[in-house]
Design a protein around this ligand. Structure first.
Ligand code: HEC
Ligand code: HEC
Length: 342
């Protein structure tokens, strides 16, 4: 090993903290990982001992310190992805990211550097299956590259799962045709692979239905097109006394029996502001007959509602269809209610 005095200060200035942060993002279980020396002996040494193809030679402090301008993260990234004649993962996909980093630290420290051995978490990372799939498996399984079963293609996955989930996990661990070992992510645990497979299988299934909102349980309240629609009704006879009151909407209450005043009020679901510019029609049907009317805009006590009188002759159950149009809003919002005559 050759030491160059001039390079010591370069090494000393390296941010050791960065090493920890890089590793905490990629580390796997500690015990499964080889030490830096083993990895260098087995893989990296083939080029880095002799300096083949311009590889920085182990022991050449000048060559190694010159590479630190990219920062430690950059150096590690280059070794993971490959750079020029340096193959990705040193040309051996069986080398995990942690092992790569240990090997780099080993080579650096045998070339005048003084880096800290990577800290590896002893428990498997809280890496969600979604994150694993997005980061790695999607590279091929999204588009179905080289015949990879596509994410969410349950027919394709079901066929593969016929050999059993455990066998599928094993096959993904060892690689299968163009499918790389551990999906090309060497530090993935078996459990992570299992969950990634299940994630790809289940992807796109409808979410478990949530119980209906309380609002939907109210038969007189609907939400359509970003509006809350409240339906109300009142017997015409009961209204006669009300319309006499000051501030009440002046309505030509029909005389005769069987009349009801049906009305709706509208609110913007987000702001709860009353919707005052709508044009509303209402259709009332008992299954045999049908009556459609435009509702009159009623302003009373600062509130706005839309209403009209309908005659309920015989039936006991009516379907009420409200169509709401607003200036500047394309289309018609429809809200349906049911009315049972008392
Ligand atoms: C097939 C030969 C070969 C093998 C095997 C190899 N390397 Fe390299 N490596 C190179 C070459 C060539 C370069 C110089 C690339 C360049 O900068 O042009 C290099 C550069 C690097 C660099 C510097 C990257 C940078 O950002 O400047 C690191 C770090 C590195 N190798 C790590 C490793 C590790 C760790 C291993 C073993 C797991 C390994 N290499 C195995 C050929 C190899
Ligand atoms: C580089 C591309 C690539 C990546 C990345 C990749 N796969 Fe695959 N995978 C394939 C291809 C191609 C096949 C189909 C292989 C075949 O049919 O022989 C496949 C097949 C599989 C199979 C079925 C194996 C079998 O025995 O039928 C599983 C399980 C699997 N991949 C899981 C994963 C997981 C989990 C990941 C992410 C951690 C992943 N793959 C990442 C390309 C990839």
């Amino acid at each position: 090993m050759r030491m160059q005095a001039g390079s010591v200060s370069v090494w000393a200035s390296l941010p050791a903290i960065a090493l920890f942060s890089v590793l905490s993002a990629t580390a796997g279980p500690a015990n499964a990982q080889r030490q830096g020396k083993e990895v260098v002996d087995a893989v990296c040494g083939a080029c880095h001992l002799s300096g083949k193809d311009g590889a920085p030679r182990i022991g050449d402090a000048a060559a190694w310190s010159a590479r630190t301008s990219a920062g430690l993260t950059g150096l590690t990234q280059h070794a993971i992805q490959g750079i020029r004649k340096m193959p990705a993962h040193g040309g051996s996909s069986g080398v995990s990211d942690v092992e790569l980093q240990r090997a780099i630290v080993y080579m650096v420290n045998h070339s005048g550097g003084n880096w800290i051995e990577p800290a590896v978490r002893t428990t498997v990372a809280a890496r969600t299956s979604e994150a694993v799939v997005q980061e790695q498996c999607a590279k091929c399984h999204q588009a179905g590259k080289d015949g990879a079963p596509r994410i969410g293609d349950r027919a394709a996955w079901t066929q593969r799962l016929s050999k059993g989930l455990d066998n599928l996990v094993a096959s993904a661990v060892h690689g299968h045709g163009p499918m790389p070992a551990r999906g090309g992510m060497p530090d993935l645990s078996r459990d992570e692979i299992r969950h990634a497979i299940l994630y790809m299988f289940n992807y796109g299934l409808p979410p478990v239905p949530t119980p209906p909102a309380v609002a939907a349980a109210d038969p007189h309240h609907k939400q359509v097109a970003g509006m809350d629609v409240y339906f109300g009704m009142m017997r015409a006879e009961a209204m006669r006394s009300q319309v006499e009151r000051p501030g009440a909407a002046k309505l030509p209450v029909p005389s005769g029996r069987g009349y009801y005043h049906l009305n709706i009020s509208l609110e913007d679901s987000k702001t709860q502001a009353p919707v005052t510019d709508a044009e509303v029609t209402m259709q009332v049907s008992d299954g045999m007959t049908m009556e459609t009317k435009t509702l009159t805009r009623l302003a009373a006590n600062k509130a706005v509602s839309y209403g009209n009188f309908f005659k309920f002759a015989s039936g006991s159950s009516y379907n009420i269809t409200t169509e709401i149009r607003r200036p500047g809003v394309p289309g018609t919002a429809t809200a349906r209610f049911e009315f049972k005559a008392p």
